[in-house]
Design a protein around this ligand. Sequence first.
Ligand SMILES: Nc1ncnc2c1ncn2[C@@H]1O[C@H](COP(=O)(O)OP(=O)(O)OP(=O)(O)O)[C@@H](O)[C@H]1O
Length: 283
Amino acid sequence: MSTDVMDPHEPEQGRVVLEARNLVKDFRTNKRAGVFGREYFRAVDDVSLELRAGQVTALVGQSGSGKSTVGRLLAQLMPLTSGELLLNGDPVSATRGRAFIRYTGTVQMTLQDPFSSLNPLHRVSYTLGRALRIHGGPMSADEVEEWSLALLRKVELAPAERYLHRFPHELSGGERQRISFARALAAEPKVLLADEPVSMLDVTIRKGMLDLLDQLRRTEELAVLYITHDLGSARAYSAQTLVMYHGKVVERGSSEQVIDAPSHEYTRRLLAAAPNPRRRLAG
Ligand SMILES: Nc1ncnc2c1ncn2[C@@H]1O[C@H](COP(=O)(O)OP(=O)(O)OP(=O)(O)O)[C@@H](O)[C@H]1O
């Protein structure tokens, strides 16, 4: 199915790829509860969401509201306290072994700070080659190079040959984030969890990065979770927006509806604190 004609602002289009039902995550705190126990802090409280092929879903909320924890739960980087994940309608049960590797290939996550997520000791060729071999199986050196160059072209780093032999410190922040996307794409994922992909980048290059994300969701038919503080970019780039507050989703709907006519008091407060959420990004 081509998603070129899909309206990015129409939330119900596209097949559900990843579904989360009633996710809960408790973290143990340092406080004692009784003689032997510890208190728990509920970072994610009964969160359900659906990510659809070829569509961006934004998860917004202030710092500490639980957005990144939802991302990490969806990526299975940490165990759920309770709740359920379904991939293409099937419950996800494996937390190790081949089925788990298949899951992590299908559901990839990129982080806010591409510098800390790229190993400073390795060139781009190693980073991409390793991801290709983990998810694609044995490949010759020529095949790895060919695929790596194709990945670099997908994330619009040109000329691709020039980037292959660079170290992370030889790249700008935007280039590093593009390498993170390329590494994620090496697994040929169906879901991309992008945790604050532009918040550490200069404002002048944010639009280019979000345009790339938009292009990837179309060309790769990716179901994208866009975790952000920025309501303006959520409105411009996502079909659906979910608002988190104290671990709960307090409001959800089409991005226009949530941002132009919020129904929850907390969303209104977030909007009042935002510079101009209805603006298009500059640059
Ligand atoms: N591994 C952990 N152990 C204990 N507490 C944690 C852990 N990870 C997150 N938390 C807590 O859970 C809450 C939610 O954190 P989370 O990082 O998900 O929020 P966030 O909305 O993504 O914030 P930010 O936008 O600042 O990244 C915070 O209070 C945080 O301190």
